[in-house]
Design a protein around this ligand. Structure first.
Ligand SMILES: [Zn+2]
Ligand SMILES: [Zn+2]
Length: 83
């Protein structure tokens, strides 16, 4: 696997080349990724039968969109008719 998006810091730790954050590792997909950039740092392997890469999502971190809250209907103004 190419690891050209990974570089090493001065302690020899693998960090993301783009944002210099230590890489995270996904056991599920057997690949390193960057949490900050939300990208895989390893290319998919060329094995078309590889389960890990086959099932790998485009983005390592699913960002669930929070469902937009339905706005409460504004209450009708109760006019004070008594005077
Ligand atoms: Zn990054
Ligand atoms: Zn693979």
């Amino acid at each position: 696997m190419k690891k050209n998006r990974i570089t090493q810091d001065n302690k020899g730790e693998d960090i993301c080349r783009r944002c210099s954050v230590p890489v995270s590792y996904s056991e599920r997909f057997d690949a390193c990724y960057c949490e900050g950039c939300n990208i895989w740092l390893e290319e998919k392997c060329v094995d078309p039968l590889c389960d890990c890469c086959e099932a790998r999502p485009i983005r390592p971190i699913k960002k669930g969109r929070p469902k937009p809250k339905k706005k409460d209907k504004p209450k009708p103004i109760e006019w004070d008719t008594k005077k």
